[in-house]
Design a protein around this ligand. Structure first.
Ligand SMILES: [Mn+2]
Length: 256
């Protein structure tokens, strides 16, 4: 079996489509695992969500989509429309309202922009959530069902940010708090774990500490970080795992 893996697409539909061209999903022996953060920052969050949903429709269980912290945030905005404190938080977290813009029709977005100019934040927030619910409720329901991790039959955990490894191989599942999976796990760089952990969330330049690093980074033991920072580098890195040989390959990796 071949497992392809990508993460942190962040609304960058074009680079995502380009990365998908390098993936052969027609073979029944292929899987695609996406580690979350489909939205925010880039120009077409909705397009990325719909592309992933389409891949699942076409290839069924061979496409696994996990949730990232940006999906958690999106769900939070969608469900807190009656909480006025969220109006400000919403505006700040979706920088430049890139995600809202991708979900709205141009005239709807103009209306939101107009409300913001008038400092009617609460109304803008309420209107945006209402439009998204009405036109793209299926996407929001899909996001709500995204799992936190996927364990492969090959001694691997795929996850957006990480797991609580101190809990050990038998207890990490019940032992990892939800926010560790998507946002703030302890870092175990360079420490051995009995499963390989494949994660995104922190870009590989940051996690490797090597200025200008791009692509995929292996810590020499159990951790593969695969967020190659598409906003900076314009490319979505693809990690490939071949279960026949037990090898990982991808940009930045030698042969492992
Ligand atoms: Mn993230």
């Amino acid at each position: 079996m071949r497992i392809y893996c990508m993460t942190d697409i962040h609304g960058c539909l074009e680079p995502f489509l380009k990365a998908l061209e390098t993936v052969d999903m027609e073979s029944e022996d292929s899987m695609l695992v996406l580690l979350g953060d489909y939205c925010d920052r880039g120009p077409d969050s909705l397009g990325v969500f719909r592309t992933v949903m389409g891949l699942q429709e076409r290839y069924g269980a061979r496409v696994i989509a996990l949730r990232g912290n940006h999906e958690e945030q999106l769900l939070e905005y969608m469900s807190n429309v009656d909480n006025p404190d969220f109006a400000q938080a919403w505006k700040l977290a979706d920088s430049n309202l890139a995600t809202a813009r991708s979900f709205l029709e141009p005239d709807e977005f103009e209306h939101v922009r107009h409300l913001l100019v008038l400092k009617r934040f609460e109304e803008a927030y309420r209107y945006t959530v209402g439009r998204i619910r009405k036109s793209h409720g299926d996407v929001i329901r899909w996001v709500r069902r995204l799992p936190y991790y996927w364990e492969s039959p090959f001694g691997q955990v795929f996850v957006h940010a990480g797991i609580y490894e101190e809990a050990g191989v038998d207890w990490w599942k019940p032992g990892t708090p939800g926010e560790f999976f998507t946002s703030m796990p302890p870092m175990y760089v360079g420490q051995h774990f009995d499963l390989d952990v494949i994660a995104g969330h922190v870009n590989t330049e940051a996690v490797s500490g090597i200025a200008g690093y791009r692509g995929i980074w292996h810590d020499g033991t159990s951790h593969y970080y695969i967020d190659g920072n598409v906003m900076k580098n314009g490319e979505v890195a693809v990690l490939t795992y071949d279960s026949e040989t037990g090898r990982y390959s991808g940009p930045g990796l030698g042969r492992h």
